[in-house]
Design a protein around this ligand. Structure first.
Ligand SMILES: *Cc1c(COP(=O)(O)O)cnc(C)c1O
Length: 454
């Protein structure tokens, strides 16, 4: 029996897929501080123009430059595995497939966009990139890409993760990146927040504000900011995952997928796997497409669809998205990459158009699933990824109850070898489930009162 499908380098997709022109309801534009749609040049201090063009592109297919492919070849195409041991353990008639994005050198899907973003910045003459990182995956992916392409990299890492996950910082430094805990003393925003709340665990929203501030205040104009998720061009770069998967499913003889699952923080690994299949769904295919989030940060399942800032200090444009409010300070759950207050506008649009069905899961069920996966398939997944594994197991059990031979596909977005402290806490019984209470959500949503509505 074939249990994994590999592709050769020459079978890699040569174009990315852009969902924007295919969404039944076109996305509302991002807005500036005056409530009017922003123009591309307003973004120019933050991003290089070639990426801004991708951000607003209405083209369905965008060519992947050859030099980017040459770097991606180091670990792509990634394998598609069939989880036969997990299927057997569950006694399910379903077939479970996973796309293994953990095989990249930094250990997740994030280098797919990091390499592309660094390359476009370099083309534009940029010499330094700033960014934020939650669990440290994005900071290490960007440091890795900057090392390969010769750019400087500065990473603001959410304080709680900086303290909990020291090895990610060492990875960044090994690739030549500079990593500081956020809030830091190195920006106005960081100093202000530290003065108000010296013990804050930090948040992605705060770290984004700091990274943007550092980029736009460089007097040489050679620094830009890079975001690892949420934006349209990031979703675009990640679609190589789903496009490869389509070829692999065809190779192994699967004509139809029934369920597609990805965990969702900002939405990029989910979108990367799912969007090429959302295209099929728009054109009549019957597929359940499920982004999974933690119940403690229920952006897709509980938060309203609003215009909100991408960061705490209100420096970004207003984006149309489901949001817990930019003042959101997440509870310290272990899936650091799933704690962002918003979700990609393209993912929000797909939810609103009824193309995808979000689900929220608790961390204990997710860790239990991750341990089951490690003891059957052998891979220790990232705490973020555990949410996708748990949903895949739920679906496989459902298929068993219904006696249906479904095909279930999920994205193994990253390995958890740098996040073992979360596993340790799980084994020691120190983790609890936490559903965000409605009163707390209401409080955070105050930060978006008075903003325009999409
Ligand atoms: C960053 C990260 C996520 C969450 O980010 P998305 O943009 O939603 O994909 C999920 N899994 C892993 C392994 C990550 O590193």
């Amino acid at each position: 029996m074939q249990i994994k499908v590999l592709l050769n380098e020459d079978e890699i997709p040569r174009q990315w897929y852009n969902l924007a022109p295919d969404l039944p309801t076109p996305l509302p534009p991002p807005l500036g501080p005056d409530g009017k749609p922003i123009t591309p040049d307003m973004l120019a201090p933050v991003f290089p123009m070639n990426l801004i063009e991708q951000e607003v592109s209405a083209e369905r297919w965008i060519d992947i430059p050859e030099e980017i492919l040459e770097i991606l070849y180091r670990w792509r195409p990634t394998p598609l595995h069939r989880a036969v041991a997990l299927e057997k353990y569950l006694g399910t008639p379903a077939k479970i497939y996973y796309k293994n994005e953990s095989v990249s050198p930094p250990g997740s899907h994030k280098p797919n966009t990091a390499v592309a973003q660094v390359w476009y910045n370099k083309q534009f003459g940029i010499e330094k990139l700033t960014t934020e990182t939650g669990a440290g995956q994005w900071g290490s992916a960007l440091s890795f890409a900057c090392a390969l392409l010769g750019l400087e990299c500065k990473v603001f890492m959410v304080r709680i993760s900086f303290d909990q996950k020291p090895f990610r910082k060492i990875m960044m430094e090994t690739w030549g990146g500079k990593c500081v805990p956020s809030p830091s003393n190195e920006t106005e925003t960081g100093r202000r927040i530290l003065a108000e709340q010296p013990d804050t665990p930090g948040s992605l929203g705060i770290a984004i504000s700091e990274a943007i501030e550092e980029a736009v205040s460089d007097p040489t104009g050679k620094t830009r900011y890079s975001l690892g998720s949420v934006l349209n061009h990031v979703m675009l770069h990640q679609t190589i995952i789903g496009l490869e998967t389509k070829k692999q499913l065809e190779k192994i003889g699967e004509k139809k997928v029934d369920v597609i699952i990805g965990c969702a923080g900002g939405g990029s690994n989910f979108a990367g796997l799912a969007f090429p299949f959302v295209y099929d769904k728009i054109h009549g295919a019957e597929i359940d497409i499920i982004p999974v989030e933690p119940a403690s940060c229920p952006t897709m399942t509980k938060a309203p669809y609003v215009y909100d800032f991408g960061d705490t200090a209100e420096m970004t444009p207003l984006m149309p998205m489901h949001s817990l409010g930019h003042a959101f300070i997440p509870p310290p759950i272990h899936a650091g990459g799933l704690r962002y207050h918003g979700i990609a506008p393209l993912v929000s649009g797909a939810i609103n158009d009824g193309l995808i069905s979000p689900r929220a899961l608790h961390q204990l069920e997710s860790y239990e699933a991750a341990v089951t996966f490690a003891r059957t398939e052998g891979i220790i997944v990232a705490p973020e990824t555990s949410h996708a594994v748990a949903a895949a197991i739920q679906e496989a059990k459902k298929a068993k109850e219904e006696g249906k031979e479904k095909v279930i596909l999920f994205n193994l977005s990253g390995h958890g070898l740098m996040d073992l402290s979360g596993y340790a806490k799980y084994f020691d019984g120190e983790l609890q489930d936490y559903a965000l209470p409605d009163e707390v959500l209401k409080k955070f949503l105050k930060s978006i009162e008075g903003l325009p509505k999409p």
